[in-house]
Design a protein around this ligand. Structure first.
Ligand code: GDP
Length: 387
């Protein structure tokens, strides 16, 4: 019969009760002795009072932004992104005061699937732009960032050369809220950046979903980065992103890949002829380049210059911006109406009750919906008549 192990815990003095809980202090582990721990000091000095950053007045924000102070611009963008109602009031005032100084820029959306080389290319394109004497802001819209609580798009570490340039402002995607909300914040950030003198704005997004539509609605030019030989060209065609693109660039046209990149460019040119001419009246061009090796970056930029020359001369540039203003006004109304409706506690309660009624088959969804809406309309009318 196997001998039962002696698991008696060595008794220690009453001053060290914690030692008794360590099985290593059992007699069988002769020579092993676990001492009780020492209380850890706090890593932060408890006597240090946390200083709250003094908040600037809206006029001070605007002054700092107008002087091109990147720190103040960054703080103002943080206010724009904040959900705090007080911050929002200040942010809206700052935006309104900045509005007269905006509009004088080129807003360029850049999209492509992960791995297409967006950040590498933005680094190269951006260096090209600032060498021409421009100031560049790199913003981003990342639909996945709400889940991951942080966006890799517009991340400084991915744009090594731009990150250290004084004429560049880089800001990752706002991470909170619906895509519409995130897009609106980026749209408002564009206003602040333009007031700070950034005359070229890049808005980066991943070419995998709805976010392109949001970016398309806030830029003058939409650039699609594609790769050769990965089947992406077909995906692009399928998803209708091609229809939104004002220009297509095939990246990684270097080394062994040159031939394939040129072939892909020819395929894209053919495919583009199958689409109707876009409202800009400018047939999208297709250019090959290498973001990594800085090859033909001027070629890409000349293509973009040609587009801007065309749409400025035709009046389409202003027309599109007016259309976007209208779109954003309506989007903001939609967003605020929805928020007001769904965040009303009475509506929240009624919705739960009505959902149960519908699921129990006692009412149709349409009747239940109009009951909820009628309740809301009556409530608003009563509130107004009391005022
Ligand atoms: P993103 O996910 O679209 O931002 O793509 P990245 O810029 O992070 O690039 C993805 C990978 O492709 C990285 O390993 C890059 O070094 C590489 N890459 C990007 N541009 C080029 C290029 O022009 N040529 C080559 N050969 N590789 C590139």
């Amino acid at each position: 019969m196997a001998e039962k192990k002696n698991t008696r815990i060595v008794q220690h003095t009453e001053e060290c009760p914690s030692q008794q809980q360590h099985p290593e202090n059992d007699e069988q582990f002769a020579g092993l002795q676990v001492n009780s721990g020492v209380e850890q000091l706090p890593s932060v000095n408890p006597y240090l009072k946390r200083k709250r950053k003094p908040q600037l007045t809206p006029a001070e924000y605007v002054e700092g932004i107008r002087k091109g102070n990147r720190a103040v611009l960054g703080q103002a963008v943080t206010l724009v992104e904040s959900r705090n109602a007080e911050h929002q009031i200040i942010a809206q005032e700052v935006i309104e005061k900045c509005l007269p100084y905006t509009g004088n820029s080129r807003r360029i959306g850049i999209t492509g699937v992960p791995g297409a080389g967006k950040s590498t290319s933005i680094d190269s394109f951006g260096m090209h732009v600032i060498k021409q004497g421009h100031k560049l802001a790199v913003l981003a819209i990342d639909p996945s960032s709400e889940r991951s609580k942080g966006s890799i798009l517009g991340d400084k570490t991915r744009m090594e050369r731009l990150a250290v340039e004084p004429d560049v402002f880089i800001r990752p995607s706002p991470s909170a809220g619906s895509l519409g909300g995130v897009a609106r914040k980026t749209r408002e950030t564009i206003v602040l950046c333009e007031a700070a003198g950034y005359d070229t704005i890049f808005v980066e997004t991943v070419g995998v979903g709805q976010s392109e539509i949001a970016v398309h609605s806030m830029v003058d030019y939409f650039l699609l980065i594609q790769l050769a030989g990965t089947g992406d060209e077909l995906q692009g065609i399928k998803r209708g992103i091609m229809e939104m693109a004002d220009g297509i660039v095939i990246n990684k046209c270097d080394g062994d890949n040159i031939e394939r990149a040129n072939l892909a460019a020819a395929q894209f040119r053919n495919a583009l002829h199958l689409y109707p001419l876009p409202p800009s009246g400018f047939l999208p061009e297709v250019i090959t380049y290498s973001g990594y090796y800085d090859l033909n970056i001027e070629g890409v930029w000349d293509m973009i210059d040609r587009y801007f020359a065309h749409v400025k001369a035709s009046g389409y540039f202003d027309e599109k911006r007016h259309e976007q203003e209208r779109y954003w006004m309506r989007e903001t109304i939609n967003e605020q109406l929805l928020a007001r409706f769904y965040f009303d506690p009475e509506i929240e309660r009624l919705l739960t009750i009505k959902e149960d009624t519908v699921l129990a088959g006692k009412q149709t969804s349409f009747v239940a919906a109009s009951d909820v809406l009628n309740f809301y309309y009556n409530k608003i009318t009563n509130e107004h008549s009391k005022q």
